[in-house]
Design a protein around this ligand. Structure first.
Ligand SMILES: *Cc1c(COP(=O)(O)O)cnc(C)c1O
Length: 399
């Protein structure tokens, strides 16, 4: 039999000269709730000590939510400063017309980078005299003061001046005319541990060490130097961790690092991860699914093929361990997650079809799936889950 290809043309959609953009919600995408970010900042701020400022931490593209969108809505909720990890992240926000103070949390050691930092009105985190001197020189050449924050290591062993040396070094730093110390801070290493409120915990010891040290340096009160220590977990631990500012990431995105699920939390998850069903098939009992055929059906099974995989950032070791939501009901993912697709058992569904949207993270009615749940299943942490999503997933703002 001869097949005429010309005839086939008549059976397909004739509107083939579509010129517009691809619909970002056609395959797999992340929806970001602007209202959730704003509401979370408001809620968290209501728990702060009087006059304590809120720095919204928007590094790693706002924990995968889109740093610009997060920044704008955090500021609307009352955040007065922003924290980024890299110079590039800071510059990107400056070029999006964001003009609140921005602190670079990572270490800039190259002269050139510190100069770029200065020119973009970003504040570096400084952990050594060497960098103080470079900043002072840059300020001097420009006949200005270079604003920066000093960091002290109180138990993280990452960035920061040594506690023992800081008092002496701070005296030297004070004599540098072309730098303006806007903040002094430290970072907690264990604030999300269960025992953090125990008076002998490492977190309490870090706080005491920080406080003791600050008593030893004479800080000029007229200079409005912001003292800060707490990340999300530290902020939630209580007011004695608040000082003049808190640096909040995870909680602002809707996840309380001190509790195991989102259920008890008053925070609202801002991220909804969704994907479309692109194909539906029914397999008989005893049929293998996906690479390695690691899943074999134990009944006649209806499968939905979803257009999302590990190249979108879905960690492959979650294969067979997660469920997806459709219409307030949960459906198990089965077989290995592949690079671009995954299969879901929808035998019990009447309504899922090609073009249906399934929810991987977020809530629908009573059902909620959070990065905290995923983290438990693949030996990870919610922070890592959130920043694993790739740029192939368009970020779409809702509400
Ligand atoms: C990432 C980061 C934060 C925010 O941490 P969360 O636990 O997400 O609130 C605060 N401070 C520093 C120095 C950081 O690197």
């Amino acid at each position: 039999m001869q097949i005429s290809f010309n005839n086939r043309k008549n059976n397909v959609d004739t509107n083939l000269n579509f010129q517009g953009e691809i619909d970002p919600t056609q395959r797999a995408w992340i929806e970001v709730s602007r209202k959730a970010i704003e509401a979370n900042v408001r809620k968290l701020r209501s728990k702060l000590k009087n006059n304590c400022e809120f720095m919204a931490v928007v590094k790693a593209d706002g924990y995968g939510h889109d740093a610009k969108v997060v920044s704008e809505n955090a500021i609307r909720g009352g955040a007065s400063q922003l924290g980024v990890a890299t110079l590039k992240e800071g510059i990107k926000l400056r070029s999006s017309s964001i003009n609140v103070p921005i602190l670079v949390l990572g270490n800039l050691y190259a002269k050139k980078d510190l100069l770029i930092c200065f020119r973009n009105d970003l504040m570096p985190t400084v952990s050594s005299i060497r960098e103080c001197l470079i900043c002072n020189e840059i300020g001097k050449i420009n006949n200005m003061k270079f604003s920066l924050h000093l960091k002290i290591d109180t138990g993280m062993s990452r960035l920061g001046f040594e506690c023992d040396e800081f008092v002496q070094q701070f005296n030297n730093i004070k004599s540098l005319k072309n730098i303006d110390v806007k903040g002094i801070y430290s970072h907690l290493a264990c604030a999300d541990e269960k025992n953090a409120l125990n008076p002998k915990s490492r977190t309490q010891l870090q706080r005491e060490k920080f406080q003791e040290l600050l008593k030893l340096v004479s800080i000029d009160n007229t200079k409005n130097i912001k003292i800060h220590l707490a990340n999300s977990a530290g902020m939630i631990l209580g007011k004695n961790f608040h000082f003049d500012m808190v640096r909040v990431g995870l909680a602002m995105y809707g996840y309380d690092p001190l509790i195991n699920t989102t259920e008890k939390s008053l925070l609202k998850p801002a991220l909804f991860l969704k994907a479309k069903v692109t194909f539906v098939r029914t397999i008989e009992k005893g049929v293998g699914v996906s690479y390695g055929n690691k899943f074999v059906s134990d009944r006649k099974t209806k499968l939905a093929v979803l257009s999302i995989g590990y190249a979108d950032g879905i960690i492959r070791s979650l294969s067979g361990k997660i469920s997806l939501i459709h219409n307030k009901k949960l459906y198990p993912q089965v077989g290995s997650i592949t690079m671009d697709q995954m299969m879901v058992d929808i035998t019990d569904s009447e309504d899922i079809k090609v073009g249906s949207t399934m929810l991987l993270l977020g809530s629908d009615g009573e059902q909620t799936i959070s990065p905290i749940d995923w983290a438990h299943k693949c030996d990870s942490i919610p922070w890592e889950i959130l920043c694993s999503f790739k740029n192939r997933l368009p970020r779409v703002q809702v509400d």
